[in-house]
Design a protein around this ligand. Structure first.
Ligand code: NIG
Ligand code: FE
Length: 417
């Protein structure tokens, strides 16, 4: 099919040539076209430009029927890319959330067998079909807020069999969903109950059994480790990342959420695609990131929900680095996958300008999940993943009006969702 969206009040994030990411001051740059059209053919963006440059001649070679949509008063954005989620899980953890309200920290709750290990117990008891159905509903929910691509991690199974079960659910989601999905193997999310006190043996299991099996079934695109105080050490992380790389899995890791854990430096050393959370980022971490190909990624929803310190977003951008903002949908630290909320948080809590926050949730997260050549901007030849907003006054209105859904219609692969 083909689609002509005309009279678009503003077409956001148009790029003549594909870019890898936006960094530093350039994050304030957000190319847009006022009074625009957008033409898609099949699943790709075929053309776009000013309405005054549109002519019916542009449609004459298109063999498919062209559906016409009038977007007067509305804007068109590239769909959000969410480069960090734990969307496959069983049950919720609102009881721990009450412990949190009463003052217990994330680490204290984890030490009592709550946290990730609580989700682990539930996941082990759930069937693949149950996990798939729950995750499918969450995917529909994130799409309703404008997400068109999402990375999903394993990490609640923590046995070879249960990690494979999670990754097979992610594979089914990949096959069935119109969203672009990447899978990340996070066997090193926590030390499971049966290995407590024997952390090195659990790391051995990940290295010797899990990674080879995950790779032989081609179940993951990336390898992850929760490298932080009370979880996995930089030494554990190095061992796991080396093995992952040997099996073709590029690292993309959790780092520096709870302390200056050395996670960012380890991530950069092993050419991680991204280091995520990064609340504890100081001068040394920034120096390590400079000149690297690793995307620093902040997860505002988790910092907000857990009441953490906020990562130094401005300092990172002022150092000339790129910055991404992702969702972190999970039952413990962020029971929401709403990227419009992430965008608002970027502006409200991290003092990012709307243009910076939009770059951080589109092209920079596209890079952080390895899809920047196909997604993240409105560029000819890229996959036609975008949304039409409800009538809105300005770009700034998007982060400003936090909490309400400004997305009217999502199109993925050139088709209405
Ligand atoms: O990204 N920080 C580690 N992992 C998740 C939380 C997982 C959970 O609490 O279930 C996160 O925030
Ligand atoms: Fe996470």
């Amino acid at each position: 099919m083909a689609l002509l969206i005309k009279n678009i009040k503003k077409l956001i994030q148009t790029e003549e040539k594909p870019i890898r990411w936006r960094a530093g001051k350039d994050m304030q740059n957000l190319p847009c076209i006022e009074d625009a059209f957008l033409l898609t053919v099949g699943d790709k963006i075929a053309d776009y430009g000013k309405m005054s440059d549109f002519s019916e001649d542009m449609l004459k070679d298109i063999k498919e029927k062209v559906e016409i949509v009038d977007a007067a008063g509305k804007m068109v954005f590239p769909a959000f890319c969410d480069s960090h989620s734990h969307l496959v899980y069983a049950g919720s953890r609102e009881i721990e959330y009450i412990d949190k309200i009463k003052g217990l920290s994330y680490e204290e709750i984890a030490k009592r067998g709550g946290g990730i290990l609580n989700s682990c117990k539930r996941l082990r008891a759930a069937s693949e079909d149950e996990l798939f159905e729950d995750a499918w509903k969450r995917l529909e929910e994130v799409a309703s807020f404008g997400t068109g691509a999402i990375e999903i991690k394993s990490g609640y199974g923590l046995t070879t069999e249960d990690e494979l079960k999670m990754l097979r659910v992610i594979r089914r989601l990949k096959e069935k969903s119109p969203l672009t999905i990447k899978a990340n193997f996070l066997g090193a999310h926590a030390v499971p109950m049966e290995y407590i006190g024997r952390q090195t043996e659990y790391v051995d299991l990940i290295i010797n059994e899990m990674i080879p099996m995950v790779a032989s079934e081609e179940l993951a695109d990336y390898v992850d480790v929760f490298c932080d105080k009370g979880f996995f050490t930089p030494e554990d992380t190095e061992r796991i990342l080396m093995q992952g790389i040997k099996y073709g899995l590029r690292p993309k890791i959790h780092a520096n959420e709870l302390d200056f854990s050395g996670g960012i430096q380890v991530g950069v050393k092993y050419n991680a695609l991204s280091v995520d959370h990064i609340e504890y980022t100081g001068d040394e971490e920034i120096e390590a990131l400079k000149g690297s190909e690793t995307m620093p990624t902040i997860l505002p929803g988790a910092a907000f929900f857990l009441g953490m310190v906020y990562a130094p977003a401005r300092k990172i951008m002022e150092a000339g680095l790129p910055l991404a903002l992702a969702g972190d949908f999970n039952p413990g630290s962020c029971p929401s996958g709403n990227m419009q909320f992430v965008l608002s948080m970027g502006c409200i809590k991290y003092k990012m300008l709307p243009e910076e926050a939009i770059n951080a949730t589109t092209i920079n997260t596209a890079y952080a999940m390895g899809v920047e050549e196909e997604l993240g901007t409105i560029t000819k030849g890229k996959i036609a993943n975008f949304f039409i907003t409800k009538p809105i006054s300005t770009i700034e209105f998007m982060p400003y009006a936090f909490g309400s859904n400004k997305v009217e219609t999502l199109f993925l692969n050139g088709a209405r969702c």
